[in-house]
Design a protein around this ligand. Structure first.
Ligand SMILES: [Zn+2]
Length: 282
């Protein structure tokens, strides 16, 4: 090859290189433009969650998630967020708000479930979960449940409490030493619409010992968590709950927390306490 043909060849290579670079530039611009609109489109269809917006009706935003304890185990971060949204109601965490989003249970539950008079209403999300729970029980052959109590108005609950106090003015003086069965409206999960008392045809009244050993009570104890319900006042936890063991009282907290509480054997108070949430107003 002589100098001339080398030079021609060099020019040819340079021309091809320029052409290739131009093609790649055009492709790069197209990719960038498509990418920009794709991201824009995604944002439009799938807005980032607003941390202040309640994600469900269980939510009662009262904790600042930015104050998550710095030493918190990373495996518990999800739990922390879930737990921070659980509405804790007890003697130390009073509720003075009226329940929201209350529905009629008969529109939700399977016909096999008996709904006692005055026990016909519950929070919508809890009612949907309860419907699933009873369908699962039915699939396991249990069709003898009775919903004995669900949402109660504040007046109704306060009436129960006032009657107790009339009979014994010292009732509830120190619930963590002498746990109670009846609570004032401010300490009642029933008034919030998230609690349901479930009995069965064999034991239709709240006899703790008799009910606790029924097939129905055992099934609930082992399965309710799968539908987001916890046995709220377990045996041996009265020093935290202030309430005696109630094998019929189930509280809706959502599936994630319910599973954790079931697996750990903690009461709701202990479950929430382990995250050291900042005290309101601090
Ligand atoms: Zn109850």
């Amino acid at each position: 090859m002589n100098y001339r043909s080398n030079r021609r060849r060099y020019k040819e290579i340079k021309r091809k290189a320029r052409k290739t670079a131009a093609v790649f530039s055009v492709i790069a611009v197209i990719v960038l433009v498509i990418g920009f609109f794709a991201i824009k489109g995604l944002k439009k269809n799938d807005p980032a969650p607003d941390p202040d917006a309640p994600s469900s009706s269980v939510v009662k935003p009262s904790y600042d998630l930015t104050k998550a304890p710095s030493g918190l185990d990373s495996s518990l971060i999800k739990e922390y967020v879930v737990a921070s949204h659980i509405w804790l109601i007890n003697f130390d965490h009073p509720n003075y708000e009226d329940a929201k989003d209350i529905v009629n249970l008969k529109d939700y539950l399977d016909k096999s479930v008996t709904i006692n008079s005055g026990a016909g209403r519950l929070n919508r999300e809890a009612a949907s979960a309860l419907a699933e729970l009873f369908l699962a029980a039915k699939a396991d052959g249990i069709t003898t449940y009775i919903v004995n109590s669900a949402y109660r108005t504040r007046d109704q609950q306060q009436g129960y409490w006032d009657n107790r106090i009339k009979q014994n003015p010292h009732y509830g003086d120190d619930v963590y030493t002498n746990p109670v069965k009846t609570v004032p409206a401010y300490a009642s999960e029933h008034c919030a619409g998230y609690a349901v008392d479930i009995l069965c045809k064999k034991v239709p009244h709240g006899d703790t010992e008799k009910y606790a050993v029924t097939e129905e009570a055992k099934w609930l104890k082992d399965n309710a968590y799968k539908y987001g319900f916890i046995l709220r006042y377990p045996e041996g936890k009265s020093q935290y709950t202030g309430i005696i063991y109630e094998p019929w009282h189930y509280r809706y907290v959502g599936v994630t927390a319910a599973k954790y509480i079931y697996d750990s054997g903690l009461s709701l108070e202990e479950y929430i306490a382990q995250f050291n949430f900042p005290v309101d107003g601090q």
